[in-house]
Design a protein around this ligand. Structure first.
Ligand code: MN
Ligand code: MN
Length: 291
C-alpha cells in the first residue's frame, strides 16, 4: 500500500473514532434517534469527509442495518442497548467502526463484544487465518455466557468497496483466508442473549446501487441520479425527499438495480451488543485505524 492511500485510511479512521466517541456520549433516555443520526452525519460532512454508509443505529434485538426513517419519532428509553455503527470514507478509503451504548444493566454483554474484538485484534498478523480470529471472538463471548452471532461477519475493505474478502467470522471455523501484510478489513463481533442468528425484518431503510442498467420510470431515474455520487456505497431512504419512495425503491430492488439491506435481528426480546474496528495488517501485527 502506498503512503498516500495509507494516510487516507488513517485519516478516515481517526475522524471516525473521534466522531463515534463524542456521539456515544449523546445517547440518553429521551433523546431523539433522528436528531442524533442527522447531527452525526452532518458532522462527518463538516469535517470534510463523506459517509461510507448511513449511520446505523440498531436497538436491542436489532443487530444491524437500522437507521432513522424520515420523520422518525423514536426516542431512547431506559434499558435500551443501542449500537452505533459509523462508516467514513476519504476519497473512497473507508473506516468502519461501531460501539454499543447501554441504557440498562448490560455491562457484561457489552464487555463480551468489546473483549472479543480486542482478542481478535491481538491475533492479527501475516500467517494467521480468519478462522483463528473467529475462534478468539467465539471464546471471548461464550466464556462470558453469551452467544456470538454466527451469520454476521467482519469483511475486507477497498476503495469504494464496503464488503470484499477476507470474511472475518465471529465463530471459530477451520481455515479461512490466510492474512497478509497490507490487507484492510473490519472486525465486528456481535454478542447476544438470543439465538446467535439474525434474520431479516420487514423494516428497510438502507439501499445501494448494484447495477447501471437503464430504467424507464422517470421517478426511478430521479432517485438514481441523486445517489450517483455514492459510487455504489449505501444510502438511506431518509436522504431522499422524492414522493412515493415506497413504490420507487422496491421497484428498483425488484429490477435488481438497487440492493436493499433489511434490518437484521435476533429473536424478539433478546439483546445484542457490537464492537467494530478497521485494521491494516502490517509485517508484525496490525494498525487499528479507528482507535
Ligand atoms: Mn460497521
Ligand atoms: Mn463492518
Amino acid at each position: 500500500m502506498n503512503e498516500d492511500i495509507f494516510e487516507k485510511y488513517r485519516d478516515a479512521g481517526a475522524l471516525a473514532a473521534k466522531i463515534l466517541r463524542s456521539s456515544a456520549q449523546r445517547i440518553r433516555v429521551g433523546a431523539s434517534y433522528l436528531d442524533l443520526v442527522e447531527s452525526i452525519e452532518e458532522q462527518v460532512k463538516e469535517e470534510g469527509a463523506a459517509l461510507a454508509f448511513p449511520l446505523n443505529l440498531s436497538l436491542n434485538e436489532d443487530a444491524a442495518h437500522d437507521t432513522a426513517s424520515p420523520g422518525d419519532a423514536r426516542v431512547f428509553t431506559k434499558g435500551d442497548v443501542a449500537k452505533l455503527d459509523l462508516g467514513i470514507q476519504i476519497d473512497g478509503y473507508i473506516a468502519d467502526t461501531a460501539t454499543t451504548i447501554d441504557l440498562g444493566n448490560n455491562s457484561l454483554l457489552l464487555e463480551a463484544s468489546e473483549q472479543a474484538l480486542e482478542s481478535a485484534i491481538k491475533e492479527v498478523r501475516p500467517g494467521t487465518t480468519a478462522g483463528d480470529l473467529g475462534a478468539a471472538i467465539q471464546n471471548a463471548i461464550e466464556s462470558r455466557g453469551y452467544r456470538p452471532i454466527s451469520n454476521l461477519t467482519g469483511h475486507g475493505l477497498d476503495r469504494y468497496i464496503l464488503h470484499r474478502p477476507p470474511t472475518i467470522p465471529n465463530v471459530g471455523i477451520t481455515g479461512g483466508v490466510v492474512l497478509k501484510e497490507g490487507m484492510v478489513f473490519a472486525i465486528e463481533p456481535f454478542a447476544t442473549t438470543g439465538s446467535g442468528h439474525v434474520g431479516e425484518k420487514t423494516r428497510k431503510e438502507i439501499y445501494s446501487q448494484v447495477s447501471q442498467k437503464p430504467v424507464r420510470i422517470s421517478a426511478a431515474r430521479t432517485v438514481l441520479n441523486k445517489v450517483k455520487d455514492r459510487h455504489g456505497l449505501p444510502f438511506a431512504r431518509r436522504w431522499l425527499d422524492e414522493k412515493k419512495l415506497d413504490i420507487t425503491l422496491p421497484a428498483l430492488v425488484r429490477s435488481q438495480v438497487l440492493h436493499v439491506y433489511p434490518v437484521l435481528s435476533d429473536i424478539p426480546g433478546s439483546l445484542v451488543s457490537q464492537h467494530e474496528h478497521t485494521v491494516i495488517v502490517t509485517s508484525e501485527g496490525c494498525i487499528v485505524t479507528t482507535r
